[in-house]
Write a protein that binds this ligand. Structure first.
Ligand code: B1M
Length: 215
C-alpha cells in the first residue's frame, strides 16, 4: 500500500502531471502517510530518475522543469501537514537557509526548510542564487544560530568553502554554526571545508542542526 502510493507519486512526476501528483499527495495525507517519507520515497526518487535521464540525454531542460513543477505541486500539498507539526513543538533555534550564488535549484532547499520548520526551528529562507555577502548580512540581521547552505552543482559548491573563509576572516566563525547539503555535497567535503555539519537529506539536516544546538 505504502509502496503503491510512493510509486504513483514518482510516476506522476516523471509524467509531468502536476494534478495527478497533487491528488496522490492528498491521498497519502488522507491515508496518514508520513509526508517526509512521501518526499523521500516518491518525490526525490522521481527527480533523481529525471536527473539520470537528463545526463543520458534522454530528456532535456524543459522536461526537467516540468518534472520540477509537478514535484513542487506535490510538496505544496504536504506543506500544511508538515507545518502543523512544527506549531506544536518547542522552538529549537533560528536557522537561515539559502542556495548559493550561481545556483537556482531550490526544491531540496525548500524541503529542508519545511522539515526544519516542522521540527520546531524558526527558518529564514532567503532563496536562491545568493551571494555570500547577502547570506552573511541576512544571518546577522535575523540573528540566527545556524546558517544552512544548499548547492546542487559541482560548479557552485566552492561558494560554501568561500563562505566559511569569509566568516573566519571577519571574526564571525564562532558566532554561527554552518551546515551544508545538496546532491554533490558529501560528508567528506563538508569536513574538508570546515563546516559544522552535513545533511544527506532533510531529516538528517534537521537532526544535525538540533545536535549542533545541543537540543
Ligand atoms: Co538541474 N542539474 N540544472 N535543474 N537538476 C542537476 C543538479 C544535475 C545533477 C542533473 C544531471 O545532469 N544529472 C546537473 C548538475 C551536474 C553537476 O553539477 N555535476 C544539473 C544541471 C547541469 C543543471 C543546469 C546547468 C542545466 C542547464 O541549464 N543545462 C541548470 C543549472 C541552473 C543553475 O542553477 N544555474 C539546471 C536547471 C534545473 C531546473 C531549473 C530545470 C530544475 C531545478 C528546479 C528547481 O529547483 N526549482 C533542475 C532539476 C529539477 C534537477 C534535478 C533533476 C533534480 C534536483 C532536485 O530537485 N532533486 C537534478 C538531478 C539530481 O539531483 N539527481 C539536477 C530533488 C531534491 C529533493 O533533492 O536537491 O538533492 P536535492 O535535496 C535533498 C538533499 O540533497 C538534501 O536534502 C534534500 C531533501 O532531502 N539537501 C540539503 C539539499 N540542500 C540541503 C541543504 C542542507 C542539507 C541538506 O543544509 C543546509
Amino acid at each position: 500500500m505504502l509502496e503503491a502510493i510512493y510509486g504513483q507519486l514518482e510516476e506522476a512526476i516523471i509524467e509531468f502531471d502536476a494534478d495527478k501528483a497533487k491528488a496522490i499527495a492528498r491521498k497519502g495525507v488522507a491515508t496518514g502517510l508520513d509526508p517526509v517519507e512521501m518526499i523521500n520515497q516518491g518525490i526525490r526518487q522521481a527527480l533523481e530518475l529525471m536527473g539520470e535521464r537528463f545526463s543520458a540525454g534522454n530528456v532535456f531542460l524543459p522536461e526537467l522543469m516540468l518534472a520540477a513543477e509537478a514535484a513542487d505541486a506535490a510538496v505544496g500539498i504536504l506543506e500544511p501537514e508538515l507545518l502543523k507539526r512544527g506549531r506544536t513543538r518547542e522552538q529549537l533555534g533560528k536557522v537561515l537557509i539559502a542556495t548559493v550564488e550561481g545556483d537556482i535549484h531550490d526544491i531540496g532547499k525548500n524541503i529542508v526548510a519545511l522539515v526544519m520548520k516542522s521540527a520546531g526551528f524558526e527558518v529564514f529562507d532567503i532563496g536562491i542564487d545568493k551571494k555570500n555577502s547577502e547570506i552573511l548580512e541576512a544571518a546577522k540581521k535575523f540573528e540566527v544560530d545556524v546558517i544552512g547552505l544548499s548547492a546542487l552543482l559541482t560548479t557552485t559548491i566552492p561558494r560554501m568553502k568561500e563562505f566559511i573563509e569569509i566568516l573566519q576572516e571577519s571574526g564571525l566563525r564562532d558566532r554561527f554554526k554552518v551546515i551544508v547539503g545538496g546532491a554533490p555535497v558529501t560528508k567528506d567535503f563538508a569536513e574538508k571545508i570546515g563546516a559544522d555539519g552535513y545533511g544527506a537529506d532533510a531529516p538528517r539536516a534537521s537532526e544535525i542542526t538540533r545536535r549542533l544546538l545541543g537540543k
